[in-house]
Design a protein around this ligand. Structure first.
Ligand SMILES: Cc1cn([C@H]2C[C@H](O)[C@@H](COP(=O)(O)OP(=O)(O)O[C@H]3O[C@H](CO)[C@@H](O)[C@H](O)[C@H]3O)O2)c(=O)[nH]c1=O
Length: 502
């Protein structure tokens, strides 16, 4: 989610005009739902009712502008260190099976690989990240391994968007015989609002996947769509109690038995646990947990006013980062959704569409619901639980010998002498996956790397080793080939260096 921060509301509109807009909107939504085929009407109506509530919240100004000086760090009572959790006895298979049988794993799978230059038909989860394995393959291997090892049946739930649903469905076919029950459901679609009229411009619910008038309203929609799809009830009926939610692109988000045991042993008194991690300079576009007006609050990058962005990036002021790994009680989710008491900030995303139309889309974030749950708190987890792959620079890390993949778990190689990950900056020539891949004959050895910056037209030969700080800059119009077998240790390479076959 990366909307442009903008002023929430045009405050020049009078109360009467606000009421008028709300009533016209209601009519418009009714028309849309009436035009929907009868079998889909009930669901569409539920979605549009939720949209109407979100819109009302926005227009009502409930999400007023943030007062920056009111931001406080999360109090210690709400932030627990991971090391303080009681360790689960790994030999107690029976105890672990009992824990796991209460668990469901959900991956947020509504995103596309467009950030890494893939077309709009490719779900991000189907990108190959390690050898031939995609994010989805790795997730399946991980859960299947748990199910086999402990003789349990942890189901995997995928929250798809219309952008990802059909390709994911195709990819899942190969898992027919796997020891993992996979349940999928679709997140909602809401109508985009025209900036001029403050109303949706779509008139019906046709072709919503290809119609720019509709959009998936962020992962905060998870709760209502999980309930409306019937999947939530199904899971509760199966005796499942806790759901572990994470971004499918976070390869560090494995099932953690110590956190699970902590929740179960407390009798699910902590209805919501958010995993945070120490913020580094690499963590910018995401969220952090803060105390605001005496309550816990998720502050997303998209909510930060432009003039405060540098402040937000400061790792001294904002020391923790939201990993989006969340552990929530299923019953508590149901209770909040049914009673309509699930408050989340509205994130206002201003966009310009290809046809030149200026639109607004209202979104919410899944972690923002933390304030609604009793006993909610954050656990400061080791960095190994947060291994997001957002850019090709992240991909370079996870493809390299810095990590090992075993049973669906990616872990840092014991051969790395220090636990920090190198800081990697790749220039625009490396942005798209296809061009990134063709620039490496083999992925270099990164075991002793601290920092790598590469810009310009640079190609790496086979078996290159990079150590310490390495900076490679090919001037505009020139090309650098790093020869096969080279070792670069604390080196700056610039200018041009061509190696040609003959
Ligand atoms: C917007 C949207 C996203 N997703 C999926 C795609 C990704 O797997 C996952 C995260 O979406 P992104 O849009 O990439 O969100 P991102 O910028 O990473 O931010 C989230 O994850 C960050 C950690 O990476 C946190 O710090 C932020 O607080 C949290 O909001 O959710 C959906 O399934 N549906 C959606 O509508």
């Amino acid at each position: 989610m990366a909307p442009t921060p903008a002023k929430d509301r045009d405050r020049t509109i009078s109360m009467a005009a606000e009421e008028e807009i709300m009533s016209v909107l209601k009519e418009r939504l009714k028309e849309i739902s009436n035009k929907t085929p009868v079998d889909k009407q009930e669901n569409v109506k539920k979605e549009l009712d939720n949209f109407y509530r979100l819109y009302g919240k926005w227009r009502g100004g409930i999400t007023d502008e943030l007062i920056w000086d009111k931001i406080r760090p999360l109090p210690e009572s709400m932030l627990q260190g991971y090391s303080s959790l009681r360790k689960v006895d790994e030999d107690d298979h029976e105890g672990i099976s009992r824990l796991l049988n209460k668990l469901v794993v959900l991956k947020l799978n509504g995103g596309l690989g467009t950030g890494m230059g893939l077309g709009s038909a490719c779900p991000k989860s189907l990108i190959r990240v390690r050898e031939e394995s995609t994010f989805l393959d790795i997730t399946m291997a991980q859960i299947e391994n748990l199910n086999e090892k402990y003789g349990v049946s942890v189901p995997l739930v995928l929250m798809n968007s219309l952008n990802t649903d059909s390709e994911t469905g195709n990819a899942l076919k190969k898992y027919k015989g796997a020891n993992v029950e996979v349940l999928t459901y679709l997140q909602s679609y809401y109508p985009r609002i025209e900036r001029e009229t403050l109303l949706p411009y779509v008139k019906d619910y046709q072709n919503i996947d290809s119609n720019e008038g509709w959009y998936p309203p962020g992962h905060g929609d998870l709760y209502e769509s999980l309930y409306n799809s019937g999947v939530l009830d199904k899971l509760i009926e199966k005796g499942k109690e806790i759901i572990f939610i994470s971004n499918i692109d976070n390869l560090g988000a494995t099932v953690d038995l110590n956190i699970l045991s902590h929740i179960v042993k407390s009798g699910c008194q902590s209805q919501f646990i958010a995993e945070v991690t120490n913020k580094t300079r690499a963590d910018v576009k995401g969220g952090t947990l803060i105390e605001y007006n005496g309550c816990v609050k998720l502050l997303e990058y998209a909510q930060v006013p432009k003039e405060k962005v540098d402040d937000f990036k400061c790792v001294k002021k904002f020391k923790i980062f939201n990993t989006n790994n969340l552990w929530i009680s299923l019953k508590a989710i149901k209770e909040r959704v049914v009673t309509g008491t699930l408050e989340r900030d509205v994130i206002v995303n201003h966009k310009a569409l290809d046809d030149g139309r200026n639109v607004i889309q209202l979104e919410t974030a899944v972690g923002a619901a933390i304030k609604n749950f009793s006993g909610a708190f954050a656990i400061n987890v080791p960095r190994s639980r947060f291994l997001p792959v957002k850019h090709t620079s992240d991909l370079l890390l996870v493809m390299s010998n810095l990590y090992n993949l075993e049973d669906g778990v990616i872990a840092m190689s014991p051969d790395r002498q220090f636990p920090s990950t190198p800081l990697i900056k790749l220039g625009p020539d490396f942005k798209r996956i296809q061009s990134f891949l063709k620039r490496f004959q083999t992925i270099p050895d990164l075991l002793e790397l601290d920092h790598l910056t590469v810009t310009g037209d640079v190609y790496f030969g086979r078996d290159v080793s990079l150590r310490g700080t390495v900076i490679i800059i090919a001037n505009h119009g020139e090309r650098i080939d790093i020869p096969s077998g080279s070792l670069l240790e604390n080196k700056i390479v610039s200018g041009n260096l061509r190696i040609l076959d003959h």
